[in-house]
Design a protein around this ligand. Structure first.
Ligand code: ZN
Length: 199
């Protein structure tokens, strides 16, 4: 039995595909959107379209940005000899919010997960290795999540980099196991960074 119009049903289906949005939330959002003033809907649609069309990967650190290089890579005040490897741009933002990290980043856009069929070639690892060859980097801080995938990725990267004679460290386990960096408070993040151990 179909209670809704086909258009609403399609909208609910599409919203429901977004991460973290279940059927209930999707239908609440769909009805909210249908009842919004036209200008509001236009703004929402435009913002989605513009983000999709204009956001790209920083040529250096691979984070999402509007320009060729992101503001962090462009900043002359950053310590270019230290690179923190994170899983995604949200983790980068979490560390930036602490205001205490002054090095550069490298965003992998994922983590190695044999269970999900995600291998080293599926994340931005090649780009990291290229940077290590061309930039003067003396320390790589691995700040992937402390999930199984994050740990697997950290191990893999450290094995890959160590032969090059570059210092590799891993943020301390102040970050709870399985915890997503973006949900962890700034003090915990700072402690994890300060207590990092060399691999
Ligand atoms: Zn960048």
């Amino acid at each position: 039995m179909d209670y809704y119009s086909d258009h609403i049903k399609t909208l609910i289906d599409e919203l429901g595909r977004l991460p973290g949005v279940g059927y209930k939330s999707a239908s609440r959002l769909a009805f909210h959107i249908v009842n919004m003033p036209q200008e509001g809907v236009d703004r929402l649609v435009d913002s989605i379209r513009n983000a999709k069309a204009n956001v790209r990967y920083c040529k250096k650190c691979c984070t999402l940005t509007d320009d060729e290089y992101c503001p962090i890579c462009k900043s002359p005040g950053r310590d270019a000899s230290t690179v923190m490897v994170v899983e995604n741009s949200r983790d980068l933002a979490a560390y930036e919010k602490t205001g205490e990290y002054h090095g550069l980043y490298h965003v992998l856009h994922g983590a190695i997960s044999p269970a999900l069929g995600i291998g080293p070639a599926d994340i931005r690892l090649k780009e990291l290795m290229q940077r290590l060859e061309t930039e003067q980097i003396s320390e790589v801080i691995i700040a992937t999540n402390s999930s199984l995938e994050g740990e697997t990725t950290a191990m893999y990267i450290s094995k890959l980099i160590k032969p090059a004679g570059i210092k590799v460290s891993r943020i301390a386990s102040g970050v709870p196991v399985g915890g997503d960096l973006e949900y962890i408070d700034e003090i915990t993040l700072l402690r994890a960074l300060e207590g990092r151990v060399e691999l």
